[in-house]
Design a protein around this ligand. Structure first.
Ligand code: GLN
Length: 455
């Protein structure tokens, strides 16, 4: 009830939610009854959860921020939603996002932008700005997001929240409306690292419905977070700082907060090691070929027949005309831009020059990570080059919007896990800044890589 009241009070301004559940209280009351009956419930049972609209739910519409799916009701729950319900979490509503998770500001939502609770004239990040804003504005204690190129970590950075992009294959994407399947991961957005660990434990682990799911037995992320809270884990930890992403050229307050965080870790016994990742600077270019290519293929299923919107065109309603009119009316400008980019990059004459080259760059970035993790336990970078920018500032300049992803994209291209944690406020504008940690990727049939150094 407290969270519903908070939503009623602030969401008119923030617009974090596209839909608020009309039966959350009943679900919560049921949890209360079960607890009163002495049932042993999960520690998160009864805690409200905001769900990014990219995740399908049976009891609330799932639009992925698009007109083409307006009012769409899914016949099944995404695995992460089903597991959350099973643990007793209470889905509170569906959060706003850039259409089909394409964007860094939530301004590309077909349902209007979300605003940053820290300053309503600023963006809450994207694509998962709704989930991050809901958590930052105390409309929800926990949220789920998806991260294909930074859509969990960058919104966490600009809203002062914690965001985790799990290792590729670590969390099921079954029921996550696909953007780019070789990059997508679902993960938690929370206010503390422990909360992120608790939620990750609920949603993660093997799922037969996702063919990329890792079959490993996972350690408890909540236990790791509790261990981390003792402060002991920093002793002897080798933290790599990527020379090419050390904050140089970033907004001054972002760079200063990053350096202060490194100094604080060093004071607690961490060893800061400079490393080089010479191909990270090509990450944005490679990503903006690979992502549109995969997205154009994934979005082909919105054909006016199987899902959502159907527009009857003027003239002869042939299959092709209906499909064209529907996609024209149903998709927004950024989605159309990427479909055109993707189909072009995949076309016969250009495949090797664009898609093929981008895949080679992707391999080089993976090798940069392998070389780095031979030297260090984790890599630290500023989570994003700037604090929250103003609404409208980058909307007409796709390249500026894309360049914003320089820090987050390498993790998706290599499948490594990443977390953005608040590191303070930028001096010049008083807005939140995050520090990003990247760790080695868990691979099939191996356990999570052991950290080096003394325990
Ligand atoms: N800004 C990135 C993009 O527009 C992030 C996408 C994402 O992680 N869903 O593609």
């Amino acid at each position: 009830q407290a969270h519903l009241d908070r939503i009623a009070a602030v969401d008119g301004d923030v617009h974090a939610f596209l839909h608020v559940s009309d039966h959350a209280l009943e679900v919560a009351a049921d949890i209360d009854r079960r607890r009163a009956d002495g049932e042993q419930l999960h520690e998160l049972a009864g805690v409200p959860l905001a769900v990014k609209d990219v995740l399908v739910t049976t009891d609330m519409p799932s639009t992925s921020g698009s007109r083409i799916l307006e009012g769409y009701m899914s016949p099944y729950d995404a695995t992460v939603v089903a597991r959350s319900r099973a643990a007793g979490l209470v889905p509170l509503g569906k959060t706003n996002m850039d259409e089909f998770a394409m964007g860094s500001s939530t301004e590309f939502s077909a349902y209007g932008p979300t605003r940053n609770p820290w300053d309503l004239d600023r963006i809450p990040g994207g694509s998962g700005g709704g989930s991050a804003a809901a958590v930052a504005a105390f409309e929800a204690p926990l949220a789920l997001g998806s991260d294909t190129g930074g859509s969990i970590r960058q919104p966490a950075h600009v809203t002062g929240t914690v965001g985790v992009k799990p290792t590729y294959g670590g969390v099921s994407r079954y029921g996550a409306i696909a953007l780019a399947s070789s990059l997508d991961q679902v993960g938690p957005v929370t206010r503390t690292v422990l909360d992120a660990g608790l939620l990750h434990d609920v949603i993660g682990g093997y799922d037969a419905n996702d063919s990329t799911s890792l079959s490993d037995a996972w350690p408890s992320f909540a236990a790791a977070a509790r261990e981390g809270a003792t402060g002991q884990v920093l002793k002897g930890l080798k933290v790599g700082v990527v020379r090419e992403l050390d904050g140089t050229g970033f907004q001054s307050g972002v760079a200063a907060s990053f350096r202060a965080a490194l100094a604080a870790m060093e004071a607690q016994g961490a060893e800061i090691v400079e490393i080089s990742a010479p191909h990270f600077e090509y990450g944005v270019a490679a990503y903006y070929l690979i992502l549109p290519a995969e997205a154009s293929s994934n979005l082909a299923k919105f054909d006016s027949v199987r899902f959502g919107l159907r527009v009857t065109p003027q003239g002869t309603p042939t299959v092709e005309n209906v499909m064209a009119a529907t996609r024209d009316a149903g998709f927004g400008p950024e989605v159309k831009r990427r479909i055109i980019l993707g189909t072009y990059a995949l076309s016969a004459g250009y495949y090797d020059a664009y898609y093929g080259s981008a895949q080679k760059v992707r391999t080089l970035i993976q090798q940069d990570f392998d070389a780095a993790f031979a030297q260090v336990d984790v890599i630290a970078t500023p989570s994003s080059p700037t604090t929250a920018f103003r609404l409208g500032e980058k909307i007409d300049d796709p390249l500026q919007m894309y360049l914003n992803d320089i820090t987050t994209i390498p993790a998706n291209l290599a499948g490594v896990p990443g977390i953005s944690i608040p590191s303070g406020l930028a001096e010049e504008d008083g807005l939140p800044v995050g520090i990003q940690f990247l760790a080695p990727r868990a691979r099939r049939r191996s356990s999570v890589p052991r950290r080096r150094g003394p325990r």
